[in-house]
Ligand binder design. Structure first.
Ligand code: FES
Ligand code: MG
Length: 599
């Protein structure tokens, strides 16, 4: 039934709750509220419903995104949780990104999704917002947008898919996609076999079932205190996942009542991000997560600029790899969940964590962990090692620097297949871009030995917009045929979280930038890499490097950051003009908390 306070338009309307938020559209705030109520009533809501905290739910369901196939069910469960706590749930769409159906790359569209997320949260009269994401770039996009909107936001992920089975062997996207395809190319698997494998690699809805980018970002989000601990790993098709969704709905109503305290810029602190970095190292997470975390950090006004790639490296030096999941180990996300998931991992990492970091529930991370009250059991230790018996002692992910990468580059040391390459010098074999590489890499006359260093240019954030996952340069066929399995490879691109090898990525500044040293590496130049000293250098005199840079910037269309290389229109033009380098997160400079630096 209507009450005076619901409907009396002469009462105060600037309490900022529910439908009363942001009433400026028509000048007269009372008339704006009156109109707003006219239209929302078309949806059949009563005044009682409209007097409740309004909880937005972002719907990223899409026929092109099978990772998010269960989102409609999750929305139902979130709504149940919201209503059980006395709120009014209202769902709305934003764009959805799937890895395989986003050309040129999903990374190219991540910032667009973050803008969509931020502006829709800002625009609509909601008191808190559940953001349902999952597939690789969606979770970072939502965290970036949610933090910038600074309304209370509660991420909920789709959850990992189940593993499939082929002839009794468990398989799952996407580490096993690569190994099975390689076996098919080598003739070890025939066309019928590879077809039946194809049916089983992604056997259910949900995100890739290994420690790829989606799982990494889910674990990081829980470590940040933004979602329930179980929320990182409960399988997409499980009842547990629906209960996490219901709980998230309840948490959203509670957050809406905590007002200032539950805003993401209040919840998240330097300590939260340090916890996220500790977890990233301990799970041997995706290298992509380094880029995403830098972008997320640089959206936070109090933390932006104070944490750098160096912080990741420092954390890595004291954090062991504990989680035995593909691609670094042998198991799947469902195993991680059954072993205790994030509650078990954070319990193991407890001595390293900043337990006073706040969470979105108002409790500290330490209090959340206390109430999870997790006791390890034998299976836990098979999947999540104790601190004293790690899979890899420290620095699963390392940051290297030198004249070849003055602003840094990343290496997943734990995924190196030939550890001798972690200290290595060799002559460069240079590919100017992916087309050049495709043309020549298998040429029997290519001048390459196993001591060579394979260099791929032109796949940075600007050079090939969206920084494709081309960093896993294939071993030249003639060397592969001799049994060479790993070589030192360097690029300004990314690699899939599900891949491995001695592969240096995200070199900055990228080759497309005029002053990039990486951009002027030539065939035969000696490259010196030493993981111990974190150094990556080009053994060429400084004046020769300067001469090459000078002649390159005169002769090609390369550019400085902040200036478009060519006149591109639309979103691509915006992207090329404004994307920053990998060490800053490949965000648009005008979206960061500190704003553009290059203008
Ligand atoms: Fe969506 Fe891997 S394709 S998580
Ligand atoms: Mg991926």
């Amino acid at each position: 039934a209507s009450t005076n306070s619901d409907y009396d338009l002469s009462s105060s309307i600037d309490d900022g709750q529910g439908l009363r938020q942001g009433l400026t559209s028509y000048g007269d705030a009372h008339f704006s509220l009156f109109l707003r109520k006219v239209f929302i009533k078309a949806a059949g809501y009563s005044d009682d419903a409209l007097s409740r905290p309004v909880i937005g739910i972002i719907n990223t369901h899409s026929g092109f995104n099978p990772c998010h196939a269960q989102v409609p069910q999750l929305i139902e469960a979130v709504k149940r949780g919201v209503m059980l706590s006395g709120g009014l749930p209202i769902d709305f769409p934003t764009i959805s990104l799937h890895e395989s159906f986003s050309t040129p790359t999903s990374m190219f569209l991540r910032n667009l999704m973050s803008m969509d997320t931020e502006e829709m949260i800002r625009a609509q009269p909601l008191d808190a917002c559940v953001m349902i994401g999952g597939c690789d770039k969606t979770v970072p996009a939502q965290l970036m947008g949610g933090i910038s909107s600074n309304k209370p936001v509660l991420p909920l992920v789709a959850g990992p898919m189940m593993p499939g089975s082929n002839k009794g062997v468990r398989i799952g996207a996407c580490t096993d996609c690569r190994s099975n395809w390689a076996a098919f190319r080598a003739g070890a698997v025939d066309i019928e076999d590879i077809s039946s494998v194809n049916e089983e690699l992604a056997p259910t809805a949900g995100t890739c079932g290994v420690m790829g980018t989606a799982s990494t970002m889910a674990c990081i989000t829980a470590a940040l205190g933004m979602m329930p601990l179980q929320g990182a790993s409960a399988p997409a098709v499980s009842a547990a996942r629906l209960r996490v969704a219901e709980q998230t709905g309840k948490n959203a109503v509670a957050a809406s009542l905590m007002k200032e305290k539950s805003r993401p810029q209040t919840v998240l602190s330097r300590e939260s991000f340090l916890n996220a970095m500790i977890v990233l190292q301990a799970i041997g997470g995706s290298t992509n997560a380094v880029v995403h975390l830098m972008a997320i950090i640089n959206r936070h006004p109090d933390v932006a600029g104070t944490m750098t790639l160096d912080t990741f490296d420092q954390i890595g030096r004291t954090t062991p790899l504990l989680v035995d999941l593909k691609p670094s180990g042998a198991n799947y996300m469902t195993d991680f969940h059954n072993a205790g998931g994030m509650a078990a991992l954070l319990t193991a990492l407890r001595p390293l964590l900043h337990l006073d970091a706040k969470t979105v529930t108002g409790k500290t991370l330490g209090e959340e962990l206390d109430s999870a009250c997790f006791t390890p059991f034998p299976y836990t230790y098979e999947i999540i090692r104790p601190l004293e018996q790690p899979l890899y002692p420290h620095s699963a992910l390392a940051v290297v620097m030198g004249n070849l990468a003055p602003n840094g580059a990343i290496l997943k040391a734990a995924a190196s297949k030939d550890r001798r390459l972690l200290i290595h010098s060799g002559p460069a074999v240079v590919f100017e871009n992916t087309v050049d590489m495709a043309k020549r890499i298998d040429d029997p006359h290519l001048d390459v030995t196993e001591r060579s260093v394979l260099v791929l240019k032109g796949v940075g954030p600007i050079g090939n917009p969206g920084m494709p996952e081309a960093g896993v340069i294939p071993i030249p066929r003639k060397l592969a045929a001799q049994g060479v399995q790993d070589m030192l490879r360097i690029s300004d691109g990314r690699m899939s979280g599900t891949a491995g090898g001695t592969i240096i990525l995200h070199v900055s500044p990228e080759s497309a930038v005029a002053e990039s040293v990486f951009g002027v590496v030539e065939d035969g130049d000696m490259i010196d890499f030493n993981l111990e000293t974190r150094s990556l250098n080009l053994r060429v005199w400084d004046d020769e490097i300067a001469r090459r840079i000078n002649s390159k910037s005169k002769s090609t269309e390369c550019r400085s950051v902040g200036r478009a290389r060519k006149v591109a229109r639309g979103y691509r033009g915006l992207y090329e003009r404004c994307v920053n380098q990998a060490e800053l997160g490949c965000d648009f400079d005008f979206l960061t908390a500190e704003g553009p630096k290059n203008v």
